[in-house]
Design a protein around this ligand. Structure first.
Ligand SMILES: [Zn+2]
Length: 118
């Protein structure tokens, strides 16, 4: 049997998670939102030339597979970001998906691409 969490229970659990060094509930939600946006965008990388979804720079090779494959999501990123992710794995300090350029900007090229497909 399951029941929905109350807002107070979520806040308490979120606080406990954060205190224990994990992501808070809000941060988990932000990561899921960012990941969903990244997954929706990924197939478009094969159709058009885009900026790097992680840093936002126009530094992508026009052939998607010649870029770096992210270690965080199934998407191609520029070579510089590929190196940064490798360094992050080494240091253990990972940039959250919600800090990626694609996640921070509501009007990231994704909106334009969807409009173009209609
Ligand atoms: Zn990049």
């Amino acid at each position: 049997m399951s029941r929905d969490w109350t807002k107070e229970e979520i806040q308490a659990a979120s606080k406990a998670m954060k205190a224990a060094g994990h992501m808070s509930y809000e941060e988990v939600c932000a990561e899921l939102d960012a990941n969903e946006k990244i997954q929706r965008f990924a197939p478009l990388q094969r159709k058009y030339n885009w900026p790097c979804p992680r840093c936002g720079r126009w530094a992508m090779n026009s052939d998607p597979v010649r870029n770096a494959l992210s270690r965080r999501a199934e998407i191609y990123i520029c070579d510089q970001c590929g190196i940064e992710e490798a360094m992050e794995d080494f240091t253990g300090k990972v940039t959250p998906l919600s800090s990626w350029d694609i996640a921070k900007q509501a009007d990231w090229p994704l909106g334009a691409a969807e409009a173009e497909d209609e």
